[in-house]
Design a protein around this ligand. Structure first.
Ligand code: ATP
Ligand code: MG
Length: 416
């Protein structure tokens, strides 16, 4: 991608009502646009970054048998009335609207009800189970406070997977697999070292649910971390009884602030009971389908990563999710000619390059590449072309700027 072809521009300022660091940086770097509190549009670089996060989650969900779908945002009330969740008192984050004839509709804040209803068309026998549909969908929630940028949207992206199993045993086995897949996702996103499987309140079908909580000073949740066991306990279930149950003591735990980046939940037959989702087992008996739900917030993750991996110059994306691997800066006439060739060559090698081909001062190019958080800046100048060299500098600062020949450059880029 050429910077001259990007319609977005970087900016030294962000809207005065934007208090979250993640959104301030993402707006200044041209990744997102603020529409109103908790509602953001994704611009080319932001869309690319979000897509990279989504793709990592998709690969891990497909690996455990997920079937990707896309459900509707517009919801009729019948299935939600059956579950008791149409009421604004029960589910207090609804955005609702009406058809011209007065029929009430809602904008989905989650999808247990419509999916359970839909699966009635496909599940009738034990042979139809288990099944693991999932989607990436914009959810609508009228959150009371929405001041954390992408981390708490009123319109936000969620990956939600639902499991439909024959019985609790089949469910439990999948639940463990899903927890493993979640660990892999956070590992690949660069959050593995400080993301904890956290015991939280369950429902009528299991003692606990599990949240995946990433340590962060801007987190809204309080958790108690057991470093040795790599687990944590949400303050909502932090009782002597739970400590005993998990075999840990208070003095082994450290209180930390954290952001919930995912959540897995045993639903049991809560929804299949009220929506009549049944199947016939091998003995010909009618049984309720046993369900679970598994959420991850890709847009919250993008905000959290932006917030966490940043410095005074701007964003610092981990390579896996950066919108490009290299920010190519050309300086001077000969530099530009060489950069054009290099841009094509790197592209042909499948390396994502953001090429700053604009006619602006070098300092402006470097500053923009740094603000955007692209992992490597590659400089091609008249002077360097004469000596047959390129300068490669890592954004994270973990390696010094290096002068490389073209061969060294290609070797270095393809391994890192
Ligand atoms: P929270 O307690 O933070 O409100 P939640 O328990 O309501 O989260 P779930 O309903 O389990 O969240 O949603 C699944 C995932 O979606 C969460 O783990 C989180 O990563 C993400 N998520 C939830 N609410 C938001 C939001 N308002 N903005 C962005 N992401 C969100
Ligand atoms: Mg919530």
């Amino acid at each position: 991608m050429r910077v001259s072809n990007l319609f977005t521009k970087t900016s030294k300022t962000s809207p005065s009502d934007e208090v979250a660091k993640n959104a301030q940086l993402l707006i200044r770097a041209g990744f997102i646009n603020k529409e109103m509190a908790g509602v953001y549009s994704y611009l080319p670089l932001g869309k690319k970054t979000l897509d990279n996060i989504v793709q990592i989650i998709r690969e891990e969900m497909n690996r455990i048998g997920g079937n990707e779908i896309s459900l509707t945002a517009l919801q009729q009330k019948d299935a939600w009335e059956a579950s008791g969740r149409w009421s604004d008192e029960v589910l207090d984050v609804w955005f609702k609207t009406k058809l011209a004839n007065g029929t009430e509709l809602g904008l989905a804040p989650t999808h247990e009800e419509p999916l359970t209803k839909l699966m009635k068309n496909f599940i009738s026998s034990y042979k139809d189970l288990p099944s693991y549909p999932y989607q990436f969908q914009i959810k609508f929630r009228n959150e009371l406070r929405s001041k954390s940028g992408l981390m708490r949207g009123r319109e936000f992206w969620m990956k939600d997977l639902y499991s439909f199993s024959r019985d609790q045993a089949e469910h439990d086995a999948f639940y463990e697999k899903a927890a493993e897949a979640y660990h892999k996702v956070y590992e690949r996103l660069g959050l593995g070292g400080f993301t904890y499987k956290t015991f939280a309140s369950g429902g009528s079908f299991s003692r606990y649910s599990h949240e995946f909580q990433t340590l962060s000073d801007v987190g809204e949740d309080i958790i108690y971390v057991h470093e040795g066991k790599k687990i944590a306990i949400n303050e909502e279930v932090y009782t002597d009884e739970v400590l005993r149950d998990l075999g840990v003591t208070k003095d082994e735990l450290v209180e930390r602030k954290a952001v919930e980046v995912g959540n897995i939940f045993t639903l049991g037959t809560r929804f299949s009971d009220v929506l009549d989702l049944n199947y016939t087992n091998e003995k010909g008996e009618r049984q309720k389908v046993f369900m679970g739900s598994y959420g991850i917030g890709p847009s919250r993750l993008m905000g959290l990563i932006a917030e966490h991996f940043s410095d005074e110059k701007g964003l610092v994306w981990p390579e896996n999710i950066a919108p490009a691997k290299i920010y190519l800066v050309s300086i001077g006439q000969k530099g530009s000619e060489a950069a054009e060739v290099l841009y094509e060559t790197l592209g042909a090698k499948g390396i994502e390059v953001l090429y700053d081909d604009r006619d602006v001062r070098p300092g402006e190019k470097f500053a923009d590449g740094e603000l955007m958080g692209i992992p490597y800046t590659l400089t091609v100048s008249d002077r360097l072309v004469e000596s047959g060299q390129f300068e490669l500098k890592s954004r994270s600062g973990d390696t010094e700027a290096r002068l490389l020949t073209q061969d060294e450059l290609f070797a270095s880029i393809s391994v890192s």
